[in-house]
Design a protein. Structure first.
Length: 115
């Protein structure tokens, strides 16, 4: 059963090909990297950390957008405390640079003060 790409769905053949390509890419990655147990574990743990960092960063950006769109001063002050904490945690874990964290906090504080 093949559907057209214009309808927004991908045909089953393409889905299988994509899965097969992903499998071969993983196999190639393992062939390139060392075969030590610790190296394979490091690859897995790095992937898990990458996903966690990505989630935390995206969540923080969402809260920053909420803070920028708020018009209520009281709600803005409450959000500012939460967002500032999230930004500090990202900087502490080196997900974002400490100077970027400072710049973000400064801009957001000015925004809340102007409400």
């Amino acid at each position: 059963m093949v559907k057209s790409l214009n309808s927004g769905s991908i045909d089953l053949l393409n889905q299988k090909n994509i899965l097969i390509l992903c499998f071969y890419e993983l196999e190639d990655l393992r062939r390139i990297m060392a075969n030590h147990k610790s190296a394979l574990k490091r690859i897995r743990s790095n992937e898990a950390k990458k996903l966690r960092n990505k989630y935390q960063h995206k969540t923080t950006r969402t809260f920053i957008k909420r803070l920028k769109t708020t018009t209520d001063r009281k709600q803005g002050e409450e959000l500012l405390v939460r967002v500032t904490s999230m930004i500090d945690k990202l900087a502490k874990k080196n997900i974002i640079h400490k100077n970027k964290a400072g710049n973000l906090k400064s801009k957001l504080t000015k925004h809340v003060a102007s409400l």
